[in-house]
Design a protein around this ligand. Structure first.
Ligand SMILES: Nc1ncnc2c1ncn2[C@@H]1O[C@H](COP(=O)(O)OP(=O)(O)O)[C@@H](O)[C@H]1O
Ligand SMILES: [Mg+2]
Length: 429
């Protein structure tokens, strides 16, 4: 289903820590990296509380993320500063240690009979050089932090500016081909609205999130028409007739009818409300939809319908999907690649086929063992594997990180486990 290998979204060392009482932090998302290619469905799976929603909400900028970067269509839209602050503290610490060592050496040389005056002078130079190195490093980190804060705050403004500049350039080019002054005036007038709309454009709104609970995410006092149209209005669209037409169009796209536009959310069933939520996203013509457990609150009979709808939208509009679920059974047939999260970390990332055929991380195996199959014999024999990280891993000296065990197949593991996983894959071939 992938159009090409173009990366649409890149999440890089994302950390989102929440402040708890007493100076403590909860690492809801801790150093998570993955990318999503244009046109693909990426499944993000893990038990409740592992940080899936926080990952999604970070991407759409509901938080000032703690650390890391998120790039969308090559532009940085989220950037945290913690890593730069840590680097500044480390540079200070390193300088302090180096200076203490130099001072001790200096005292030692003088004690051993070296000329005090000359030795001190020599070491002063060295100390000065250390301080200069530290200051340079700090300046560099401060610059990176400033850039990060700028992008975090102004990515939409920068984007709109660029879009306006593009359209102005288009207008300039068109004006050159105009013969008469009247033609020029007409052209300028025609471009005025285009430029106004471009100045309202947002790169972040090209990512739309669909929430788990369709009732909590729909304002009960607004009509379906106004709920669905809200995004367009925010983007400066004023033409009521155009808005109505677009609302009717997306209502039909999601399997509702235009007569529903005048009603209120409480008049609909759970499945229909989720369709309204999807319509509200789709009207923005998003390039990426983050579907956060969109079927978890729905009856099983309706789950498949909503998944089919998402699949249709993906096929029809080429929308890329980040599909969040707490178990693997929902994402299995729908995802091109799957990332498995456990307690804020990405523990395994692979193509759907690789993940199901050759799961490596014990937590992934445990999730797989939880999937029921419509086969009574298998069901009777099915053993649930429980994951106990303390019993599974010894990370006291050999530290874990996300490592590529086979092309495109990543596992959070230490070196010993890495070698072992590679062996397992070789033997299974
Ligand atoms: N706004 C918040 N403030 C403090 N803690 C939060 C907040 N949002 C989520 N958390 C905590 O972060 C962790 C991850 O939560 P969440 O991302 O909702 O997990 P999931 O979607 O995988 O169930 C949980 O421990 C949750 O309690
Ligand atoms: Mg959640």
């Amino acid at each position: 289903m992938q159009n090409d290998n173009e990366v649409l979204l890149r999440v890089e060392h994302l950390c989102q820590y929440f402040k708890m009482g007493g100076g403590k932090e909860l690492k809801a998302v801790d150093d998570v990296s993955f990318d999503i290619k244009k046109g693909e469905v990426f499944g993000l799976v893990g038990e409740s509380g592992c940080g899936k929603t926080t990952t999604g909400r970070s991407i759409i900028k509901l938080y000032d993320i703690t650390s890391g970067n998120v790039y969308f269509k090559g532009q940085r839209i989220c950037a945290g500063t913690r890593s730069y602050k840590d680097a500044i503290a480390a540079a200070r610490q390193q300088c302090k240690a180096a200076c203490a060592e130099l001072k001790a050496k200096c005292a030692g040389e003088i004690a051993a009979g070296a000329d005090a005056e000359e030795t001190k002078k020599k070491y002063e130079e060295l100390l000065k050089a250390e301080a200069e190195r530290r200051d340079l490093a700090i300046d560099e980190q401060r610059r990176l932090a400033r850039d990060a804060m700028h992008d975090q705050k102004y990515c939409d403004k920068d984007y709109a500016k660029r879009k306006v500049a593009e359209i102005e350039a288009e207008l300039e080019a068109a004006l050159k081909n105009c013969g008469t002054e009247e033609e020029k005036i007409a052209l300028r007038k025609q471009y005025r609205e285009k430029i106004r709309l471009a100045s309202h454009e947002s790169i972040v709104h090209q990512i739309q999130m669909i929430f788990q609970d369709p009732i909590a995410s729909l304002d009960p006092r607004m009509t379906v028409r106004d709920i669905i149209a809200e995004g367009l209005v925010i983007h400066g669209v004023k033409d009521k007739k155009y808005i109505d037409e677009r609302v009717y169009e997306v209502l039909e796209k999601v399997g509702l009818v235009r007569e529903h536009a005048g009603r209120y959310p409480h008049e609909f069933s759970g499945g229909q409300r989720q369709r309204i939520g999807i319509a509200r996203s789709v009207i923005m013509r998003p390039e990426l939809i983050i579907a956060d457990e969109p079927v978890s609150a729905l009856d099983v009979s309706i789950q498949a319908q909503v998944i089919n709808l998402l699949n249709d939208l993906r096929n029809e509009f080429g929308i890329t999907v980040l599909f969040i679920a707490h178990d693997l059974s929902v994402v299995k047939y729908f995802s091109d690649r799957i990332g498995v999260m456990y307690f804020g970390k990405m523990v395994e990332l692979a193509s759907s086929d690789d993940l199901f055929d050759h799961p490596l991380h014990p937590y992934t195996k445990s999730l797989l063992s939880a999937i029921p199959l419509p086969d009574p014999i298998y069901e009777r024999q099915r053993k649930r594997i429980t994951y106990n990280p303390l019993a599974e891993h010894d990370y006291s000296t050999d530290k874990p990180e996300l490592r590529e065990v086979a092309p495109g197949h990543f596992v959070h593991c230490n070196m010993a486990e890495f070698e072992n996983y590679k062996k397992i894959l070789e033997q299974s071939e």
